[in-house]
Every structure is written in C-alpha cells, then in structure tokens.
Design a protein around this ligand. Structure first.
Ligand SMILES: [Zn+2]
Length: 362
C-alpha cells in the first residue's frame, strides 16, 4: 500500500513540476537583455492565448504523445500562463485575451466558465469557444453569464464537409453573427482553406462578414494565416477598407510579412498576439519556396514541422522569434514609439475594454 501511495505522490509531484516549469534558459535571458528589453514597451497585451485546465476537457480527452500540450502537463492554466509570461517578459506588465483549446476534446460550456473565472475585463479578457452546431441561446448564455467579450470559432467544429471546403460562413452561422453584431462582440477568427489569406472565397467572405455585421469586431488571427510573402502581398486590401476588421500577429515571426502589414494595414488595427502556449515551444517559422514550415527545436507536432533531430542549432522560443520579427519590421517600417506601444497594448486594450463596457458596464 505504502509503495503505491508513494508512487502516486511522486507522479503527482513530477506532474506539478512539469506544469510550472517555464524552460527558460540563460541563452534566452541573453536575447531578452540584448535585443528585446530596450524595445518592448512597459505594458503588453497578448491578444491570442489558449488557456484551459482539466475542468475544460471532456472526461475521455487524451492528448497524443507528441501533442504540444504534453509540454505543459496536458493543460495550460492561467497560473502556468502567468509563470511563463513572468519568465519571458520579466519587466513588462502583462495583460491578455484568452480562450480555451478549440478542439473536439474540449467541453465548450466548461471552457467558457473557466475563461469567465479567470477574466476580469481589466487585466484578463476572455472569449467563448463556439461551434456552428451551438444554438444562439447557448452561445449567448456562455458569453453573458461569464462576462466574456466575444467568440472564438474554429474549423474543427465544421464536421459536415471536407476540411478544405470549409468557409467562414460555415464557421460563423448568421444567427450567431447577428447576436455578436447586436452586442458589438469581438471574434478571433482563424480563417479556413489551404489558400489562406489569398483564397478567393476567403477574400470575399472576410469582407462580407465585416460588412454584414458592422458592429462585430473581427480579429483575423495570424494576419490571415499568411506566413509567406506571396500569401500576404495584395491580400490585406479588402479588410483594410472595413473599419471593424483587425489582425493579430500570432505565430508570425517573418519580418517581411510584419513589415508588409505595418505598411499596408491600418496600424491602429494591428494587435500583438502570440498563440501561446504553442509560442512557448522552441522553434521558428520560415518561408520556403512560397510555403512555410515550422523549424522545430523540440519534438512536438504542430502542423508543417521540420525537426532539427541532429540538434544542429540552438533554438529560442517562437515567442522571442515573434518579438524579434516585430522589432526588425517596426524598424524597417519606421513605427514610432507610440505606434509600438499601441501595437503591443493600446490597440487591443481599447478595443476589448470598449466591448466590456458596452456589455457589462465596467
Ligand atoms: Zn490560436
């Protein structure tokens, strides 16, 4: 009996240590000190973070061995997020907008309730995961009972057609959009389809959704998933003309894409976001022949990955690579100090506070 208890105790403790370990190394600290600390403003609002605990997962949910969340003990709680942020951004006041893990493993009601428990609409803002199968009543209940500021749809919830035929309107049915429009809610949208930002149906529907629901605030995640130049060039023009369209920079470390966005999209509608905790892995996104791949310094599966199995180079986190990319691009596009502060904080804070005040009065 004793040995069994001891085994459980040790397993529990090891699990806990893994959960709170931020894997922050001396080499990362040197990057922060030499490249980032003089550039970053005092306040950062990361507008794209996935946060959930055990209560958000369906009882039978189990991540595969190479799944990114295995690095974090199978969850990514608010406490873990704050520990990572304190390690990577030791001198900055950290604010965030978060949502659960958009997958079939998640209980969407419980995920919204968890986002509600951790958000205060001051320091932490939360969005509800939504599926097109959800009734508008359940979606609005999820948002309102938790004082959340919007929705986070995802293409995995569109299960009635082949993945590459999914459209934005499939992900966000009219009823849900009408409710978002009435309340002026924010929506962080990961656009579908393999053509990404350059896909003609996306191009049409991105503008359509902004125009049909002018009070909804649409944040196109990952700069419309444009991770290589030919995907972004010329393709931000449609949403540039829509005053309720925003982009977030999550997982974009390509300085050319960031520079293009700074020069071709209204700077006051660009939000810094990271896609943490994926961004806390070691790796870098690179453009290769009109495509992109994640060069991975760790053995986790995140889409189109190429692994440095020989350990030829030493990696830092995607998070730091994103900050580096922004720094280089901001220099090339001549962003002023105020514009840098707006990108990292004010653009998102003002938008999300406006939604919170309009809906909840505080
Ligand atoms: Zn994400």
């Amino acid at each position: 009996m004793m040995w069994m208890l001891r085994r459980f105790y040790h397993r529990g403790r090891r699990g806990k240590e893994k959960d709170m370990n931020t894997d922050y190394r001396e080499a990362d600290k040197k990057i922060y000190e030499s490249e980032l600390c003089g550039f970053l403003p005092g306040k950062i609002l990361d507008a794209h973070i996935h946060i959930f605990d055990q209560s958000c997962k369906k009882p039978d949910a189990e991540f595969p061995a190479k799944h990114v969340y295995q690095k974090f003990g199978g969850v990514f709680s608010y406490e873990q997020c704050l520990a990572w942020a304190a390690a990577l951004l030791p001198e900055q006041e950290f604010y965030l907008n978060c949502f659960g893990q958009p997958s079939l493993h998640s209980d969407l009601e419980a995920s919204a309730d968890y986002s509600g428990r951790i958000s205060d609409n001051q320091r932490c803002f939360g969005m509800a995961l939504v599926s097109p199968h959800d009734s508008v009543e359940s979606v609005i209940s999820r948002v309102e009972r938790n004082q959340l500021i919007g929705y986070k749809p995802y293409l995995n919830f569109v299960d009635w057609k082949p993945r590459n035929e999914i459209t934005i309107h499939d992900m966000l049915p009219a009823e849900q959009m009408k409710a978002a429009d009435e309340r002026g809610l924010a929506i962080t949208l990961h656009i579908p389809r393999s053509g990404r930002l350059a896909d003609p149906i996306n191009q049409q529907q991105m503008v359509e959704i902004c125009q049909l629901y002018p009070r909804a605030q649409i944040i196109f995640a990952h700069i419309g998933r444009a991770y290589y130049m030919s995907n972004v060039t010329g393709f931000l023009d449609g949403i540039t003309a829509c005053p309720n369209a925003y982009i977030d920079t999550a997982m974009v470390n390509h300085e050319g894409i960031l520079e293009y966005a700074f020069n071709n999209f209204p700077r006051e509608r660009i939000l810094f976001g990271s896609d943490a905790p994926i961004a806390f892995l070691r790796g870098k996104s690179v453009e290769i022949n009109n495509q992109y791949a994640y060069l991975m310094g760790e053995d986790y599966a995140i889409g189109s990955s190429i692994y440095d199995t020989e350990h030829n180079v030493e990696f830092t986190s995607f998070y730091y690579e994103q900050l580096r990319g922004i720094r280089t691009a901001a220099g090339r596009a001549n962003l002023s100090r105020t514009e840098i502060e707006n990108l990292f904080f004010n653009n998102a804070y003002n938008l999300l506070r406006r939604v919170a005040i309009a809906n909840y009065g505080n």
